[in-house]
Design a protein around this ligand. Structure first.
Ligand SMILES: *Cc1c(COP(=O)(O)O)cnc(C)c1O
Length: 388
């Protein structure tokens, strides 16, 4: 089965969760907090029977359908849904213990950096940030207590590429739990578990949901035993999504292919156009010839995606661009059907201290664009006007 078909046919194309399947093409929204268990108890063998659902933090059929769907799409054993992408990241990091050390790529999502550097640091999880575009840097950062590796590729917002096979190979060899944030690519374009990752995390708020109408997160484990560990945290922390949100993400997933392919086509056109623009100093997009990670990216993903960044010639130009846009929203987030321009230095990456931001190349003239489904001709005209 090809990927596009799998998005629609993944065991949940019809409602199979009820005792008597209705054949409905949509999964019902089980808006309930609890489940009557009286029928599950056999009076003579009390306690021996346990029905599938008892309390909705522990499990809900709508959420379960989403969890099984994302596990199938990522090629893992078990999927888990969370109330946000960062709840998924935080819950997965909760699998580590105080006294452990984690190596993370230095330009991961700002919120992932923040939780490592505040909450988990306070709880005794040490963290080293490395430029993972050179796998050697991971080897150099290893300590006797290193237990995990956290990667994100393409990176946010500079679209740097990490060689997943090389880095995941190091993790495997050194016995590290490997975690990959696959939000930018989605399983339609990139499947880290097939390349050796132990856990994939997602902000389903972005491309999977796809319509800027839901905040949600997902995680998929390579093995059932890692899944059992993560389930204890999902149930124990309780950062779970409600059934409506799970349903919205499932609805989004059904149209992922057409959205992503069209948005990617728009992004490729806009990236090439921006590169020729006199007000633009640099464009970061793994589909552009000359991008330093292009070959590695093409070896591990099926397309460059729909997010790009560019550096305006000056800080003033960047601010003026944001102020003059007509079609693109100026906002955080990405992956929706609407084009969004964001300003990493003041938005998604504001949590990173200014000196560190400068070192990472997150300059005040950097703008990130998530290309939506508007006609690329209109977007180019809008950008041209805003840059001139
Ligand atoms: C948005 C985002 C997150 C966090 O997800 P939320 O749904 O906002 O909590 C994590 N990783 C990446 C790459 C993101 O873009």
């Amino acid at each position: 089965m090809k990927r596009g078909t799998l998005l629609i046919h993944n065991k949940h194309e019809t409602d199979s969760s009820a005792g008597a399947p209705t054949g409905a093409l949509g999964i019902p929204v089980y808006q309930t907090s609890t489940f009557d268990q009286a029928a599950a108890y056999d009076l003579e063998r009390a306690g021996e029977f346990r029905q599938m659902y008892d309390y909705a933090r522990s499990g809900n059929p709508t959420r379960a359908a989403l969890e099984e769907t994302i596990a199938v799409l990522e090629g893992g054993e078990k999927g888990y849904a969370f109330g946000s992408g960062i709840a998924a990241v935080a819950s997965v990091l909760g699998m580590l213990a105080s006294g452990d050390h984690i190596i993370a790529a230095e330009d991961i999502y700002g919120g992932s950096y923040r939780i490592l550097n505040t909450f988990y640091k306070r709880w005794g999880l040490a963290h080293t940030a490395v430029d993972a575009s050179d796998p050697e840097n991971i080897l150099r950062a290893l300590k006797p207590n290193t237990r995990a590796l956290f990667l994100e590729t393409p990176s946010n917002p500079l679209l740097k590429i990490t060689d997943l096979k090389a880095c995941l190979g190091i993790a495997r060899e050194k016995g590290l739990l490997s975690i990959v944030d696959n939000t930018f690519m989605t399983p339609y374009l990139q499947r880290p578990i097939e390349m050796g990752a132990d856990i994939v995390v997602h902000s389903a708020t972005k491309f999977l949901g796809g319509h800027s109408d839901v905040v949600s997160g997902l995680a998929v484990t390579r093995t059932a035993s890692l899944g059992a560990d993560l389930y204890r945290i999902q149930n124990g922390f309780g950062a779970v999504p409600g059934p409506w949100d799970a349903w919205l993400v499932m609805r989004g997933i059904k149209t992922l292919k057409v959205r992503l392919l069209a948005q990617q086509e728009g992004a490729a056109r806009i990236a090439s156009w921006l590169r020729e623009h006199p007000a633009v100093e640099d464009v970061y997009y793994p589909g552009l010839p000359g991008h330093p990670g292009k070959a590695v990216h093409e070896g591990q993903a099926d397309g460059p995606g729909a997010v790009l960044s560019f550096k305006a010639r000056t800080h003033e130009l960047a601010l003026r661009f944001l102020g003059k846009l007509k079609y693109a929203a100026v906002a955080v987030s990405l992956g929706g059907v609407e084009t969004i321009a964001s300003y990493p230095a003041r938005m998604s990456h504001a949590a990173i201290p200014p000196a560190e931001r400068a070192r990472l190349g997150l300059s005040d003239s950097l703008i990130r664009i998530s290309v939506g489904l508007e006609d690329p001709d209109d977007l180019i005209a809008d950008f041209d006007n805003a840059l001139s």
